[in-house]
Write a protein that binds this ligand. Structure first.
Ligand code: PMP
Length: 347
């Protein structure tokens, strides 16, 4: 706290990201990064971008990247927004679409950045409890609201909501914006982007940080009706004209174009997830069914915080949340088979 802070800054309760340790010999299974590298074609495209052109500003509209996203999903570029990581895209969504008279709805257990954005932008919100199996109940969202947002698969549980259920949520609230945060959809779900042509209130966000292994590049996207995209553009152009730099435009577009690498690496993560889930169940853990690149697991007899501390002593980091209802769970990002084995050995 300092006398120079504005009163508003004193009220903020910022998000705390997972640890990025300075030690390099740790097995990092704590921030849902992809253990396989980015597409070699994306790396080549980025390397080619490093040169004299960097003295020039990037395309403020990121047209090349939008084109690659639009081609991948069979939508128009007017339906695509891109930003500096999906966190920034989400921030603009909260700012531009969720400041309404009725409360925003999101699950009690979900991405812990949502309440932070509500604090930043003064958005009234209500938490909707997941059921006993940690699932989203469609009926719970069928009530007056100023917007709805949920991750699918949910984070940090990894649980998937069927596309038909996502559609019913959008159908039930035609007068508010329903945002599906699909950061992890490529590891086992069907994207709701297939529905945006039919639901003008449906907006889908994704990230290149997970299934395209570009967390360090910071690229996120939103796909929806051009009117929703225009709102995001208005916010973006009132905040930062160039959130996506030249390297990110080139690398992001090439990553979308390299379907073979995308399919091969996400399948490897899915296979490892199933293998690790089995190994943990064999050791007595309860593992929630995951459609993401992480699993959410608890042991009936061992304290989660203690397990996290003990495996860290052995060089493996996993994520533990102190939050009610989930304080006995560990969120474990899927690593390579060798990294997963290191966790099993540490356990
Ligand atoms: N949504 C969810 C549910 C996430 O877990 C994350 C990763 N922390 C993000 C969005 C943001 O990802 P990024 O900013 O790297 O695109």
């Amino acid at each position: 706290m300092s006398k120079f802070w504005s009163p508003f800054v004193k009220t903020l309760d910022p998000y705390v990201p997972g640890e990025q340790p300075k030690l390099t010999n740790l097995v990092k299974l704590n921030t849902n990064e992809n253990p396989y590298g980015p597409s070699p074609k994306a790396l080549a495209a980025m390397a080619a971008e490093v040169g004299d052109n960097l003295r020039l500003y990037p395309d403020p509209n990121s047209d090349r990247l939008k084109r690659a996203v639009a081609d991948f999903y069979g939508v128009t570029t007017a339906q695509v927004f891109v930003g500096n990581g999906s966190d920034e895209v989400l921030a603009h969504i909260f700012h531009g679409l969720f400041q309404q008279n009725l409360p925003l709805l999101f699950p009690d257990i979900s991405y812990s950045f949502y309440p932070v954005y509500c604090g930043l932008y003064g958005i009234d919100h209500e938490l909707v409890a997941l059921d006993e199996q940690f699932q989203i109940r469609v009926e719970d969202y069928a009530r007056p609201n100023g917007g709805i947002i949920f991750p699918n698969p949910n984070a940090p549980t990894g649980c998937l909501l069927a596309l038909e259920a996502v559609e019913r949520i959008a159908q039930n609230s035609p007068d508010s914006v329903v945002v599906v945060d699909e950061a992890y959809i490529d590891f086992g779900g069907e994207s709701a982007i297939a529905l945006v042509g039919r639901y003008p209130n449906l907006l889908v966000t994704q990230t290149l940080s997970k299934s395209r292994s570009l967390a360090g590049l910071r690229v996120g996207i939103a796909v929806g009706h051009p009117d929703l995209i225009e709102a995001l553009d208005r916010v973006k152009n009132s905040f930062n004209s160039y959130p996506v730099d030249r390297i990110a435009i080139a690398g992001g577009a090439a990553a979308f174009e390299d379907r073979a690498w995308f399919d091969q690496t996400r399948q490897a993560v899915i296979d490892s997830r199933e293998a690790l889930s089995e190994q943990l169940r064999a050791r007595g853990f309860e593992v929630l069914p995951s459609a993401a690149n992480f699993i959410f697991a608890r042991h009936p007899e061992r304290d989660a915080a203690e397990i996290a501390a003990k495996v860290r002593e052995k060089g493996v980091i996993v994520r533990h949340f102190k939050q009610q209802r989930i304080s006995q769970f560990l969120r474990i990002s899927i690593g390579t088979p060798e990294q997963n084995q290191a966790l099993i050995d540490a356990l």
